[in-house]
Ligand binder design. Structure first.
Ligand SMILES: *[C@@H]1O[C@H](CO)[C@@H](O)[C@H](O)[C@H]1NC(C)=O
Ligand SMILES: *[C@@H]1O[C@H](CO)[C@@H](O)[C@H](O)[C@H]1NC(C)=O
Ligand SMILES: *[C@@H]1O[C@H](CO)[C@@H](O)[C@H](O)[C@H]1NC(C)=O
Ligand SMILES: *[C@@H]1O[C@H](CO)[C@@H](O)[C@H](O)[C@H]1NC(C)=O
Ligand SMILES: *[C@@H]1O[C@H](CO)[C@@H](O)[C@H](O)[C@H]1NC(C)=O
Ligand SMILES: *[C@@H]1O[C@H](CO)[C@@H](O)[C@H](O)[C@H]1NC(C)=O
Ligand SMILES: *[C@@H]1O[C@H](CO)[C@@H](O)[C@H](O)[C@H]1NC(C)=O
Length: 396
């Protein structure tokens, strides 16, 4: 499905970026990291013992962590014994950036270890950590505030665990963070606006219990991938989405209880390759501005309550590969929109109110919706000056 496909693209891109970054700052630890499946982690660092205070701190942190691990079915941490932390399974050392004679713990990769436990405050002692990957475990509770000490942390992947509580605001204090993955946890409540003011490249927060949509006071954001899917954001997508314009390539808002119209400003995200707002309560017409998204490859508007015409300009987008608008109330496909196969575009137009197409909704289903069209200019989503301006422009 669209979601997983885009995620694969993302992680490949990020991995190359990561390798580059680490090659510069951490002497290519990423290469070791990627070969982490080999079982023998024997390394011969002269200072993997108490004579190096950084490793000594790491030792304290990891032993404290081991004490709050209550289930480790693959025995991943069973070799976390003794001062040689660099030879522990899942722990990766690299020369300290400012002094390459000193080894320090730069990466932790416990992905898919199925470990159950907590994250203790002592993790703040791992102040040189660049990567923390805990994907697919059973870590629970909240994130310790001491994580703010990890000023070099670049990638934080806590996806598919059992973390709870409000959005962990400690992540907004991580100044080096580029990649944040909190998918598939149970974080709840609003998103802090600061999240979007960080220099993050990718934000994955889908499949939590988060509420409140992107803050309307959003400043310029640097994220190229934002996946909000499967949360209960509710409300309208604010026009401030336009503040992602310089970077945003993938925006996935699947099943987030969005309502109102798709703001015209979506069309200002000129780098978008994937736009998926499916399975929401969106109404009104497709904003014509989408016809300006020259890089758009995947467009999914399916399972909403949108009405009006499917505009020609969208169907003529030069890079469009897959256009899904099924399960809405569209009444007309303009020009070639009615025969996208001829453009080599995969499409799905089922269950609309298209008079000449098969597999449409019944007249009984269509009429009540079509007879009460929503005018998106009269029923605005956001309501800042930005929108007023674009509305006037649109009207003239
Ligand atoms: C096209 O997009 C829809 C919706 O995202 C998806 O379900 C379908 O698998 C896609 N088709 C192809 C061939 O990529
Ligand atoms: C600790 O490291 C020093 C060199 O840094 C080495 O001389 C010493 O033998 C090591 N001690 C242990 C117990 O490994
Ligand atoms: C883990 O260690 C325990 C005790 O040593 C052993 O019984 C179990 O088989 C080990 N599990 C795996 C997956 O190696
Ligand atoms: C590393 O060195 C840079 C300048 O060379 C300095 O600004 C920075 O604070 C140092 N970092 C640490 C953790 O010592
Ligand atoms: C933060 O890291 C420094 C070392 O860089 C360490 O001395 C200090 O104890 C750490 N603070 C916390 C709260 O873990
Ligand atoms: C969806 O969001 C609206 C606010 O726009 C809220 O009233 C409603 O309860 C939400 N739906 C669910 C299922 O939580
Ligand atoms: C769609 O376009 C193709 C090729 O351009 C053509 O062969 C086909 O008859 C068209 N289908 C309809 C329903 O117009």
């Amino acid at each position: 499905m669209g979601l997983s496909r885009s995620l694969v693209t993302t992680s490949t891109a990020l991995l190359s970026f990561l390798v580059l970054y680490l090659a510069v700052s951490f002497n290519n630890i990423a290469a070791k990291h990627r070969h982490s499946t080999t079982t023998n982690h024997h390394k011969h660092h002269p200072d993997t013992n108490a004579s190096n205070p950084r490793l000594q701190q790491a030792y304290l942190a990891l032993q404290a962590w081991k004490l709050v691990i209550y289930s480790d079915p693959f025995n991943t941490t069973s070799d976390w014994i003794g001062p040689s932390v660099c030879s522990y399974t899942g722990i990766y050392c690299a020369p300290y950036p400012n002094n390459t004679d000193i080894q320090t713990v730069a990466g932790i990769d416990l992905n898919h270890a199925d470990i159950a436990g907590f994250l203790p405050d002592e993790l703040g002692l791992l102040s040189d950590l660049a990567l923390l990957h805990l994907n697919s475990n059973r870590f629970c509770g909240i994130l310790p505030h001491t994580l703010s000490n990890l000023t070099l942390l670049f990638e934080l992947d806590l996806s598919n665990n059992r973390f709870v509580g409000p959005f962990p605001s400690v992540v907004t204090s991580l100044t080096s963070l580029k990649y944040l993955d909190l998918r598939f946890n149970e974080f709840e409540g609003p998103l802090p606006p600061e999240l979007f003011n960080q220099n993050l490249d990718a934000i994955f927060i889908n499949n939590n219990r988060l509420s409140s949509v992107i803050p309307s006071n959003l400043g310029l954001s640097t994220a190229s991938v934002v996946v909000f899917a499967n949360n209960n954001l509710g409300g309208c997508l604010p026009p401030s989405i336009a503040n992602f314009a310089n970077t945003m390539e993938e925006l996935l808002l699947i099943n987030t209880n969005l309502s109102g119209c798709l703001p015209y400003e979506v069309g200002w995200l000129y780098k978008l390759r994937v736009l998926d707002v499916s399975s929401n309560n969106l109404v009104g017409e497709i904003p014509y501005s989408i016809a300006g998204l020259a890089h758009l490859e995947q467009l999914n508007l399916g399972h909403n309550m949108m009405t009006g015409v499917v505009p020609l300009g969208v169907c003529e987008l030069p890079n469009l590969l897959n256009f899904t608008f099924s399960y809405n109330y569209f009444v007309e496909e303009e020009g070639i929109c009615g025969n996208l196969t001829s453009q080599g575009i995969i499409y799905d137009d089922r269950r609309n109110c298209l008079p000449d197409k098969p597999l449409q909704r019944s007249k009984k289903e269509c009429d009540p919706v079509i007879e009460h069209p929503v005018d998106c200019f009269e029923h605005p989503c956001g309501g800042d000056k930005h929108v007023e301006y674009s509305r006037q422009k649109h009207h003239t």
